[in-house]
Design a protein around this ligand. Structure first.
Ligand SMILES: [Zn+2]
Length: 666
């Protein structure tokens, strides 16, 4: 990475940080963000001299985690799961054999995020809320007090005569608030949340009390973490006392036999769908806390506790329709639309409405005998995405995918064992995929232009194909005004990186055209032979197959691609914009490094990291990032670190830049 690329990356990260933290509307997924940050960190590892206090990696207020770490006074452990009622009974019976007088608390297990609340006595003799900490790794969590303060369920004072108190609860979101949020997101054309738990957790870690308040998080307390013995000794008495002081506590029932415990578990199952919030099980706790340590469950789990996981709720649904669409990646997608067989209305699962499920692909459809009129079992897996779970009554006819693209009418082809894709590179449904590929690092390497921006540009009508990228600059003011790419600075940066990409070599451009079967390797071989995309456009099948590694199939793909008038127009446009259709004269290719896998480490005397990589690849070598047994050569420069040591250990040949250049130029 060059310093300029590093600076660009810093700007890009700052842009996304601002969207995430200040605007609360991220454009990229957490994963994409993490990848960018990884890229930044590895660049900084290689060039520590680039880091400034201003670098996104250094800014504390930009940390994705909530912030200040807090070590828990009492570890926040998990509860061991059991999946059958037999297991519940045998555990209860085991406890009873040791302690005849033992009782149990059976409680709802709220599906949210766990937090501990600390209270301290003040001059008025009452307990005052002092600190809220997330679970973290169970031993160390994060201080989220500012968020907890805005929750109406968190009592600011509790009228109990203790010096201090620590209680643990689950922060959750009701189905109603969750659906309200998603409706608003949908109206605003923004991404919807997958489930209440993720949304609650994401919100609570934002450290933005305004947002927390607006989204309406709730709390149920389920445990006393630390308190005087008189409160701690009897769990249910403690919950009841807290409840009498206005603290919201989980639904709980006292039981003394395994039969009563199982009945209470069934009672929770019956009310589950009408609770208005998600639960992911029932917890059985030894009520007399003093007995709990006699039943340890390992260092990760609370002793004297088990959690019974309910099997997923199921409904029988009738398939009304199957909708075929082309996904953003060009793949055909199938969505089943159904209604509840019993009620004739939308199916209700875990309190939420379920009317459709993804049907994956034709294989899945065949296997499950999916067709209109058939009846299927549907459940929510992990309470999130509804899934079909077997066929109850077969349809008259199993659904068959169309043989033409539902968007553009072109032929569909099978890309691999299961996926069907539209073969038309100009199909509207594939625009995003093609443009994103064109801008990717293996092709034109247009920095900062991520999928979400491309998507917005397509939706706003600025991009119909990759050639349109080069006329975006004509709409600069409009783009800034509408904020489609970002503010002025960022828009200019992106437009500049598009402009800069014009000087890329013809191999990058040919790769970016996304001709089927013509990846970067094939594009190199082809350009080595034809030198000019114009010449390639007129090549015959015989000429094409005479190129190393180009078979008949690939030759046909190339001919077919350039036969299309759209493609011809686009090449003309590229030429008029000043892109390189031909290889520059100094770009000599060789096969001198053929078959060699090469790793570069340290700082080389004259060549930058990207330059040396290009040089190796142009001469037939393969550049990889880490040393392994498969590495043929290590090119080591100054300050080479662990890669050098590893290469030495593995007995891999180590050379310097001069020797690499000799190998190529000899
Ligand atoms: Zn199509």
């Amino acid at each position: 990475m060059t310093k300029a690329e590093y600076d660009n990356l810093c700007d890009e990260l700052r842009y996304h940080m601002n969207l995430y933290y200040n605007e609360d509307e991220p454009e990229i997924s957490d994963y994409e963000y993490d990848m960018l940050m990884q890229k930044l960190k590895s660049a900084e590892k290689e060039h520590p001299e680039w880091i400034t206090p201003d670098s996104p990696s250094q800014k504390v207020e930009f940390k994705r985690e909530a912030g200040i770490k807090v070590t828990h006074d009492v570890p926040m452990l998990s509860i061991e799961d059991v999946f059958t009622k037999e297991d519940v009974c045998s555990w209860v019976d085991k406890v009873k054999r040791m302690h005849k007088d033992c009782t149990f608390s059976v409680e709802t297990k709220i599906d949210g995020l766990s937090a501990t609340f600390r209270y301290r006595k003040k001059d008025d003799g009452k307990l005052h809320f002092d600190l809220c900490e997330t679970r973290g790794d169970g031993l160390v969590g994060e201080d989220v007090t500012v968020n907890a303060k805005v929750l109406s369920d968190v009592k600011k004072t509790i009228d109990l005569p203790f010096d201090s108190l620590q209680i643990r609860g689950e922060i959750y979101m009701t189905h109603e608030d969750f659906e309200k949020y998603n409706e608003e997101q949908e109206k605003a054309g923004k991404k919807q949340a997958a489930n209440p738990r993720n949304l609650a957790a994401g919100t609570f870690k934002l450290l933005d009390p305004k947002v927390v308040k607006k989204r309406g998080l709730r709390l149920f307390v389920f445990n006393v973490q630390d308190a005087p013995a008189e409160l701690k000794n009897n769990h249910i008495n403690a919950l009841d006392l807290l409840e009498s002081k206005g603290v919201p506590v989980v639904w709980h029932k006292i039981c003394s036999t395994s039969e009563e415990v199982v009945n209470a578990i069934d009672e929770i199952a019956d009310m589950r769908s009408s609770l208005g919030y998600d639960i992911d099980g029932a917890v059985v706790k030894i009520n007399e806390t003093i007995y709990r340590d006699d039943f340890p469950a390992g260092s990760k789990y609370s002793s004297g506790h088990i959690a019974y996981k309910y099997p997923p709720e199921e409904r029988d649904v009738v398939m009304d329709d199957i909708i075929v669409d082309v996904g953003r990646t060009g793949k055909l997608t199938f969505t089943g639309i159904f209604h509840d067989r019993e009620t004739g209305k939308t199916a209700k699962l875990c309190g939420t409405n379920v009317s459709k499920a993804t049907l994956h692909n034709q294989e899945y459809i065949n296997e499950m005998s999916i067709g209109i009129g058939g009846t299927y079992k549907v459940f929510k897996s992990g309470e999130i995405i509804p899934k079909l779970n077997g066929c109850v009554e077969k349809p008259k006819e199993v659904f068959k995918a169309p043989d033409r693209c539902p968007i553009c009418g072109s032929h569909l082809i099978r890309e691999n064992a299961v996926d069907i894709v539209c073969e038309n590179p100009y199909c509207q449904a594939q625009t995003l995929r093609n443009i994103a590929y064109f801008t990717s690092i293996n092709c034109m390497n247009i920095l900062g232009l991520g999928e979400s921006i491309i998507d917005s540009l397509i939706k706003a009508g600025y991009l119909k194909n990759y050639a349109d990228l080069y006329i975006l600059k004509d709409h600069r003011d409009e783009l800034i005004e509408k904020g489609i790419i970002g503010k002025a600075d960022y828009t200019d940066k992106i437009l500049k990186s598009i402009e800069d990409s014009k000087s890329n070599d013809a191999v990058a451009l040919l790769t970016g055209l996304a001709i089927r079967n013509v990846g970067k390797g094939a594009a190199k071989d082809i350009m080595k032979h034809f030198h000019d995309i114009r010449t390639l456009m007129n090549a015959t099948k015989e000429e094409l197959t005479s190129v190393n590694d180009i078979g008949e199939t690939t030759a046909n793909c190339i001919i077919e691609f350039f036969n299309d008038q759209n493609a011809k127009d686009i090449i003309d446009r590229f030429e008029s914009y000043g892109l390189n259709l031909a290889m520059k004269e100094d770009e000599n290719f060789s096969e001198k490094l053929n078959g060699l896998t090469i790793v570069v480490t340290g700082t080389l005397p004259t060549l930058g990291r990207k330059e040396v990589q290009e040089l190796i690849e142009k001469n037939g070598g393969k550049c990889t990032g880490s040393v392994s047994k498969k590495t043929s050569l290590l090119v080591a420069g100054e300050a080479a670190g662990s890669k050098l040591t590893k290469a030495q250990t593995l007995g891999i040949k180590i050379i310097d830049e001069a020797e690499l250049l000799r190998m190529i130029n000899e």
